[in-house]
Design a protein around this ligand. Structure first.
Ligand code: C2E
Ligand code: MG
Ligand code: MG
Length: 756
């Protein structure tokens, strides 16, 4: 008997120690409390084991002290554990301190028992034919029992109250603990009352400790979990359906029931209902995701449907669940976002980027169709905005957009490229030039009964090679607009081979210019200027490009290109330097001739023309009066006050300023009176070629008079015949230039022929 119980106690010691170690490692807050309880159950169990095994009185007494004092420790840790388990540690703080004080007093009374013997003494019995010492309780022991049972009753009360107040779902958690504690208490009581020689009461407490370990650390109330999960799943705003391994629906949440019009008793019809709503869904397949739309109450709604497998512990598919999420709002928001990002807010047309993208796609889809790219531009839209207000401007743009919508077929794509420009791509066969000419010429913005004509031009490019980027295609269509000369009569223009060659040419010579200047390919030719006696007095420096591959290039081939891209300044500065160089050489050789140089109106935008020229004159020590400055009337078109100041500065510095090509542009006779120029240069070509032209003659004569009255010298260029020369001389013209005297010549030839 002693041996059997000793084995039982030993096993309990091992189990309790193992569980205590596990509990200590637990991450749960209660883990520490449970570990403390388990460690504290060990000494009384060990005490019982000692009592069982000892055959002498002292050792049995030690076992008894371990048992009784250990019981006090158990009660303390049990109390702390139960308080924590029930979540009342804070509330029961005071009771806890009182119990602790009483237990301490109880321990002290045991510690004095060896001297007072008021708690217990030992009596000798014979058990299994060997001496066995059993304790005999006295008053101290009774007090100990009253205290321990008092604590036990208090803890039972805490558990009962907790059980009563908690939701039923938690009852399992508390009732199990309550039952185990009552059984342990009764078990203990039984041994106290029966006074069997071997006290087995600790088996009850040890069992309680082990169950506490299990319930507090490892047990998860499945019913609670079930309810919680079902609650959560019922409330998620998604339809969720559970299927067993045979694809039979076993549960559906509230949303699923509503969506599929199901009831608890009609769950079997789930699969049919799913098919009716979403078309066929593969319910046998366990993991998939699909996007479907369905008509619900007359409204199209979008869904994301996901099927997931549920596996058991052995990784076998035990069932599956279907999650149906309504993402209509998300879809609509996404569509709105995409629409906003791809459509212009004012006109609702495609944005530039999106139009490019659409064009690329269409070209990819139908590579064999011939398409035209169109670039629409509203002439002087800035003025329209300024004069009629932005509101009118916006309305105009909207009406252009509407016009485009009317004109374009479904095969065309079009959009707004920017401020007042629109782009389109249409099949070439749908483009009727005469029709578009007439449409564009009639285009008017309508406000109520009023109509305001807008001048719109369309540049066109036929896509011949798909490898070009859409941007380049639009650039070409845009470039075609430069072909339109009479902008009120012509509204459409094609990018053609000539334009293409022109573009290539511009690119080529622009790239070559710096080297051409450095290598002396760009040279001044000198055209003599003669006086009334036919004596050469000077020359105009005219640029020539002796191109290594292209040969001799007249300025008409390159000057307009550089005027356009702003590189003209490079040419001019080079020419001015060459002129200064020649003049300085002539001065040294005693030649009195002057040289006129051309100044492009563009030069004034890019650098300080006055500073540049005066610096050159200074550098070469040239007399400013010998370097004549030719400007054209267009110089005065913008910032005329500032330009006038510059011209005055030139004159004050001793330069002679000539007005080139008078009569070719915007000049008015009125402007002449304010113009700070010394020489008026008239070009015969602007007055017509015929010598018999009476009107031209009259104009010439009057201009001659006018210049005389204003104190300005006159120079006629383009003089080709003796008659012209004589006539102009008679009219009072002072200087002459033209093929009649000589063509522009290389510097060396000029020097050879005209230097005295
Ligand atoms: P421009 O300054 O009016 O120069 C006179 C143009 O008339 C020159 O043409 C000249 O060769 C031409 N010419 C002279 N006499 C006659 C004639 O009897 N009959 C005809 N039909 N033409 C005559 P070019 O050299 O081709 O220059 C054309 C234009 O190019 C110049 O007109 C000038 O505006 C510009 N240009 C020439 N060199 C330069 C330059 O270095 N810088 C700038 N900015 N422009 C230049
Ligand atoms: Mg000139
Ligand atoms: Mg001229």
């Amino acid at each position: 008997m002693r041996l059997q119980y000793s084995i039982v106690y030993l096993c309990l010691i091992l189990a309790l120690s193992g569980c205590a170690v596990f509990a200590m490692r637990s991450h749960k807050a209660i883990g520490k409390d449970i570990a403390r309880l388990l460690w504290n159950i060990l000494p009384p169990v060990a005490g019982n084991l000692i009592i069982l095994q000892s055959q002498n009185e002292t050792l049995s007494a030690v076992g008894c002290y371990m048992f009784f004092i250990g019981m006090d420790c158990i009660m303390l840790t049990l109390m702390l554990f139960i308080f924590r388990y029930c979540g009342v540690a804070e509330k029961m703080k005071k009771a806890g301190y009182a119990v602790m004080t009483l237990l301490t007093a109880d321990v002290i009374q045991y510690l004095v028992n060896p001297f007072t013997r008021h708690a217990f003494t030992l009596e000798r019995l014979t058990l299994d034919d060997a001496p066995y010492y059993r304790f005999v309780p006295h008053i101290g022991q009774t007090l100990h029992r009253v205290l321990d049972y008092g604590i036990l009753v208090m803890l039972l009360a805490v558990l009962i109250i907790k059980l009563a107040r908690s939701p039923r779902i938690y009852s399992e958690r508390y009732s199990v603990m309550l039952v185990v504690l009552i059984v342990s208490g009764l078990w203990q009581g039984y041994y106290i009352i029966s006074r069997t020689p071997v006290d087995r009461s600790m088996i009850g407490f040890a069992a309680f400790g082990l169950m506490s370990f299990y319930f507090s650390l490892h047990y998860r109330p499945m019913r609670l979990l079930d309810r919680m999960l079902a609650g959560v799943v019922s409330d998620v705003p998604e339809a969720i359906l559970f299927f067993d391994a045979n694809d039979r629906c076993i549960w559906a949440n509230k949303w699923a029931m509503e969506l599929l019009h199901l009831r608890e008793d009609t769950l079997d019809s789930t699969n049919t209902k799913l098919g009716e709503l979403f078309g066929s869904l593969d319910l046998h397949e366990s993991e998939w995701c699909a996007k479907r739309c369905a008509l619900i109450d007359g409204e199209m709604r979008y869904f994301v449907i996901e099927m997931h497998a549920v596996s058991d512990d052995s990784k076998q598919v035990a069932g599956s669940y279907l999650d149906i999420r309504d993402n209509t709002e998300e879809q609509q928001r996404l569509r709105a976002e995409i629409y906003n990002a791809t459509h212009d807010t004012l006109t609702d047309l495609y944005t530039r980027e999106y139009l490019h993208q659409q064009i690329e796609e269409v070209l990819k889809e139908s590579p064999d169709t011939r398409y035209l790219i169109g670039f629409l531009d509203v002439k002087n839209f800035k003025i329209v905005n300024d004069v009629f207000s932005n509101v009118f401007g916006d309305l105009a743009l909207k009406q252009i957009a509407d016009w485009l919508r009317q004109q374009m077929s479904e095969r065309a794509v079009f959009g707004r490229l920017g401020g007042d420009t629109f782009g389109l791509m249409m099949p070439a066969e749908e483009f009727d030039r005469a029709y578009f000419e007439s449409e564009l010429s009639r285009f008017a913005v309508k406000i109520g009964k009023h109509e305001f004509h807008l001048l719109i031009h369309m540049g066109l490019y036929e896509i011949l090679r798909n490898e070009l980027t859409v941007q380049v295609m639009f650039d070409r269509a845009h470039l075609a607009l430069t072909q339109i000369k009479d902008e009120y009569r012509t509204h459409t223009a094609f990018y053609d081979d000539a334009l293409r060659r022109q573009v290539l040419w511009s690119q080529q010579i622009s790239a070559e210019l710096p080297d051409a200047i450095a290598e002396g390919q760009l040279q001044p030719y000198l055209q003599p200027i003669v006086d009334r006696e036919g004596k050469v007095t000077g020359a105009e420096a005219l640029a020539r490009w002796i191109h290594p591959k292209e040969g001799f290039l007249a300025p008409g081939r390159f000057i307009p290109v550089f005027e356009k891209n702003g590189m003209i300044g490079e040419v001019d500065r080079h020419m001015w330097r060459c002129a200064c160089e020649i003049l300085s050489r002539w001065a040294n050789e005693g030649c009195e001739h002057f040289i006129s140089v051309n100044i492009s109106p563009k030069d004034f935008y890019f650098f300080d023309v006055f500073a540049e020229i005066t610096a050159l004159v200074r550098e070469y020590g040239v007399d400013p009066a010998k370097l004549r400055i030719e400007i054209t009337e267009t110089v005065m078109m913008n910032e005329s006050d500032e330009r006038m100041q510059i011209l005055n500065a030139f004159r004050e510095a001793g330069f002679i300023v000539e007005m080139d090509d008078f009569g070719s542009g915007y000049s008015s006779l009125n402007m002449l009176k304010d113009m700070p120029v010394d020489v008026l240069k008239l070009d015969m070509k602007f007055l017509g070629r015929s010598e018999n032209n009476q009107r031209a003659e009259t104009i010439l004569r009057n201009i001659m008079h006018l210049t005389k009255d204003l104190g300005i010298d006159s120079l006629t260029e383009g003089v080709e015949t003796e008659e012209q020369y004589r006539m102009l001389s008679d009219m009072g013209c002072i200087l002459f230039q033209g093929y009649h005297f000589a063509k522009p010549l290389p510097v060396a030839d000029f020097e050879e022929q005209y230097m005295q």
